[in-house]
Design a protein around this ligand. Sequence first.
Ligand code: C5P
Length: 230
Amino acid sequence: MRANPLMVALDTEDREILRTLVDQLAPAVGAFKVGFFPFLLFGWDLVDYIHSRGSRVFLDLKFHDIPNTVANAVEAAARRKVFMVNLHTLGGREMMERAAARVRDLSPRPLLLGVTLLTSMGPREMEEVGLTGTVEERVLSLARLAHDSGLDGVVASPREARAIKDALGRDFIIVTPGVRPPGVPIQDQKRVTTPREAMAAGAHYIVVGRPICQAPDPVAVAREILEELR
Ligand code: C5P
């Protein structure tokens, strides 16, 4: 049976709301994504709380530093038994190889995901930091570098998922934010697809935040999304 592909992004600063969301959603979803905003506020307490409710954590801290420092960071995350953790592919091959090597023999070990280009980067922003080629070309070349450096997958927009799957195969994990159920406001996301479209394009996991967390009945929205994916 396929693993539950729905990851809920917990982006709120209210401890009680966070706890209630985790209590309600833990039985229904595949994992919770903890970014640096809730992590800076609640730290490992939040991660431990999610684990205590029987669910899994995607620790979205996007490490980007020298190889030894990033290897230390992913090992620290692994010791807290997170399911998934990510790092910036722009940190380079050695950084990714050392991180992958550091957790390889741990059991359980977290899945290591690479962030390619942030979806907020367009042609102008790329040029400003000296990146050449198109967004699609760079995303694909960075995904390939992540693959060849021993990472398990990448975080990508649903728009890029198909090209990554075609180039790197079905086993290379793709996690896509920017997903909105049909008929739901897209808020500040720019290029959204529905959950079904994202999965059809090759996503293994989809990340959905506000449409679930800000709904009057978060569990009902999560169930509707999963229903659409059946
Ligand atoms: O509320 P929403 O569904 O837009 O939340 C999406 C989550 O995924 C947020 O935590 C956001 O920071 C994250 N994310 C994203 N786009 C990226 C990378 C991460 O929306 N390219």
